[in-house]
Design a protein around this ligand. Structure first.
Ligand code: AHG
Ligand code: MN
Ligand code: MN
Length: 342
């Protein structure tokens, strides 16, 4: 095993600890592992490196701006969304590890072309999260969620995709920020890898991430204040007051990219919220591509995720593009909110 866990630049012992090696090491410990999961992960990581390369030259190449279409959520599609979606589909479909995929950008399930083998996993993703931030050079990300198929064989089905968050076998995200970081969990331990763009490899940089029990930062789009349930308004007012836990007002950070706002919350503690509001009565964020994977990561790191009244991971999805309110982060900060909404 890798010797000393440490964060920051790799120590000499960490130099060879790539994402591949990390996943292989874990595969070796699972009896009867077929290597399918490892193969799927390699495809996702390849897609992440390819998207990162496009993201970091977005201003130079012709990938900025809108395609002129709207996606199934009724939002304008950004050109980089389409590219990231294609990259993920193409990198994964031929590997034989998944039987079906679903993406925030596609109205229906994404079947695996019949000439490729159908594997035992189901992959769902938000190919480009925070797409309104592309044109202004801010952090964006990719979110993914892996389930085991329910159907027996052949092409996967919509039902394979409509599983509760608790049934995930893995979830993760890739943050295209000041560096590119891939964070994933299989439910035990959350690990982060930083891309060395010159080498083209993800190196283990954040081993066994634990979210602080309580933080001192809240993250929410406060422009929506007037549209919230009054109890949410009171909760945010309390966080900003001298009565907040710790006896001083919480700080506020909001990027508008879930991946980036969640990553900060995971490392530093605190709470991220996208409550329901008059405009989005079921919340804005999508259960399958955004909330469930992030909830799986948060819980595996010792944190929590709720709709305000329910554990996010317990929600049975009814449709591919279901939305839900989300409050996620440090366990004690989430518990405070739940008490107020109870
Ligand atoms: P996407 O770009 O995949 O559609 O997701 C954007 C989401 C999420 O990343 C972020 O937390 C939220 O939208 C921001 O919404 P507001 O602009 O309403 O604050
Ligand atoms: Mn998103
Ligand atoms: Mn998106």
């Amino acid at each position: 095993m890798r010797p000393t866990p440490s964060w920051g630049p790799p120590s000499p012992e960490q130099l060879g600890w790539t994402l591949d090696r990390h996943i292989f090491e874990r595969q070796r410990r699972v009896q009867g592992a077929t290597g399918d999961f490892t193969g799927l992960f390699q495809s996702i990581a390849l897609a992440g490196r390819m998207i990162a390369a496009r993201v970091h030259k977005a201003g130079l190449s012709d990938v900025l701006g809108r395609v002129g279409a709207t996606n199934v959520q009724g939002e304008e599609v950004q050109r980089l969304d389409v590219i990231a979606n294609q990259i993920l589909v193409r990198c994964v479909e031929a590997g034989g590890h998944v039987c079906v995929m679903a993406s925030e950008e596609n109205e229906d399930i994404i079947p695996i072309p019949p000439h490729f083998p159908h594997g035992k996993y189901v992959l769902m993703f938000d190919p480009l999260d925070g797409s309104s931030n592309i044109d202004v050079c801010m952090s964006i990300g990719t979110i993914f969620s892996v389930h085991r198929r329910l159907s027996k064989a052949g092409p996967g089905t919509r039902e394979d995709c409509l599983q509760k968050g608790t049934e995930q076998v893995a979830a993760g995200y890739i943050l295209y920020g000041s560096s590119t970081v891939l964070v994933y969990t299989t439910g035990q331990g959350v690990h982060g890898f930083t891309l060395d763009p010159l080498v083209g490899e993800f190196f283990l940089s954040h081993e066994n991430i634990r979210i602080p029990k309580r933080g001192a930062t809240y993250s929410v789009n406060e422009g929506n204040t007037l549209r919230w349930d009054p109890r949410v308004r009171e909760w945010v007012a309390w966080l900003k007051s001298a009565d907040a836990p710790g006896g001083q007002p919480y700080g506020h950070r909001y990027i508008g990219t879930l991946v980036a706002d969640f990553h900060r919350t995971l490392l530093k503690g605190g709470i991220f919220a996208y409550p329901a509001d008059d405009k989005n009565p079921s919340g804005k964020l999508r259960l399958l591509y955004e909330c469930a994977p992030m909830a799986f990561i948060a819980e595996a790191a010792g944190g929590a995720a709720t709709t305000g009244t329910r554990r996010v991971l317990d929600i049975e999805p009814e449709a591919l593009h279901d939305r839900t309110p989300l409050f996620i982060g440090s366990a004690e900060d989430v518990a405070d909110l739940e008490r107020r909404l109870a």
